[in-house]
Design a protein around this ligand. Structure first.
Ligand code: ADP
Ligand code: MG
Length: 360
């Protein structure tokens, strides 16, 4: 009996927030942290999934449909469902999951799980494995329509398509992917600071930002804000629409600049763009929190050359780029400084750009 192993990493977005559904740009990396799936087909009519981070196993009939499986197994069931819809017949069997991606820390444990499952199941099915962009779309569809979480394509593209020591420049309009070298040299460290803020249900805020962006684009006579000229936000009468549009327009420009800065190993420039991105998310897009602002500001005060919230907002993580020396200071002192301000204690970890998903 063939046993199939697949690995898919978590991801962190270096810059480009809320740009995906506006058909703009983002610049994620895959992490070295990831999720491993081992699938053993057994000819049965269901997949029994177990995870080393969950006590309950999940039994997924091969004919599952949205609403059928709930809990963590919904992520796996969603993959089974989208493959069925795509005409890819998956065999039954036992599926074992193990992961070192922290859950709910904004590092996309969900995409790591979906992408590892899809890679394993498509390899076990007869017929050709869909290409990486097709797999990313299937994973997104599973998360949107089976799990019921409204997310863009960023996480899945990063997990499936990123390369080691590189960032992935994603153009969400053309879905062109460009690998940009990003090893940060010997002198710099990339830190992910998980705020560990109490979970905030931000789906309503996410939906609100999406609809304001769509309304702003319509007001400007555009299909999406991607096509807006640098000053187009000035033409918007509604101040909220203007502010949200200005974030998207300037953020897209920052992503393109940041990719150029990486290519030139100009980390000072890259850091300045990170800081500008944070201010834009705070003031124009209004998706940061007091704790997140404090973390970014404290990291900068402790010597980071760039610090910004990463992810959809309202909590989650901050990333900071710092010299090795400043990084040590941040790791040692930032958590206490945040606790002194009466917030939850954040965790700080140094990360490196890792490999995209692959079979084992
Ligand atoms: P994240 O930012 O980590 O992606 P999400 O809320 O989007 O947070 O997804 C987390 C959910 O994904 C978990 O609550 C769980 O249901 C599922 N999940 C992620 N990784 C695993 C895993 N290794 N084993 C079981 N379920 C997982
Ligand atoms: Mg997720």
């Amino acid at each position: 009996m063939t046993v199939i192993g697949a690995f898919a990493p978590g991801r962190v977005n270096l810059i480009g927030e809320h740009t995906d559904y506006n058909l703009g740009f983002a610049l994620p990396i895959a992490l070295e942290l990831g999720t491993t799936v081992t699938f053993t087909p057994d000819g049965s009519a269901a997949i029994t999934a177990v995870s080393d981070s969950e006590t309950a196993s999940s039994v997924i009939p091969l004919t599952t449909a949205p609403g059928g499986v709930t809990g963590w197994g919904a992520y796996v069931a969603g993959c089974v469902w989208v493959l069925g819809e795509a005409g890819i017949a998956v065999p039954g069997g036992r599926l074992e999951v193990s992961s070192d991606v922290p859950v709910g820390a904004g590092l996309s444990s969900s995409a790591a799980l979906e992408c590892a499952v899809l890679l394993a199941l498509t390899s076990a099915a007869d017929g050709p494995v869909p290409d990486r962009i097709a797999l990313a779309k299937l994973a997104q569809r599973a998360e949107n329509h089976y799990v019921g979480a409204p997310t863009g394509l960023l996480d899945q593209l990063a997990s499936l398509c990123a390369e080691p020591d590189a960032a992935l420049l994603v153009d969400f309009q053309s879905l062109d992917l460009t690998t940009v070298p990003a090893d940060f040299g010997d002198c710099y460290r990339l830190l992910v600071i998980d705020s560990r803020a109490p979970h905030r249900h931000a789906d309503g805020e996410y939906a609100a930002r999406r609809s304001v962006c769509a309304a702003a684009a319509a007001e400007l006579g555009l299909d999406s804000l991607r096509d807006a000229a640098p000053d187009d936000w000035r033409r918007l009468v509604d101040p909220v629409q203007a502010a949200r549009a200005r974030h998207v327009i300037t953020e897209n420009a920052r992503v393109v600049d940041a990719a150029d800065a990486l290519r030139a190993s100009d980390y000072a420039r890259f850091g300045a763009l990170m800081n500008a991105s944070h201010i834009s998310m705070r003031d124009d897009f209004a998706i940061t929190t007091d704790q997140i602002d404090l973390i970014a500001c404290t990291a900068a005060a402790m010597g980071a050359i760039g610090a910004r919230m990463t992810g959809g907002g309202f909590g989650g993580s901050v990333i900071a780029l710092a010299s090795a020396e400043a990084a040590e200071r941040i790791i040692a002192d930032l958590p206490t400084a945040v606790v002194d301000a009466r917030f939850n204690e954040p965790t700080v970890r140094a990360v490196r750009p890792g490999a995209g998903a692959h079979l084992l």
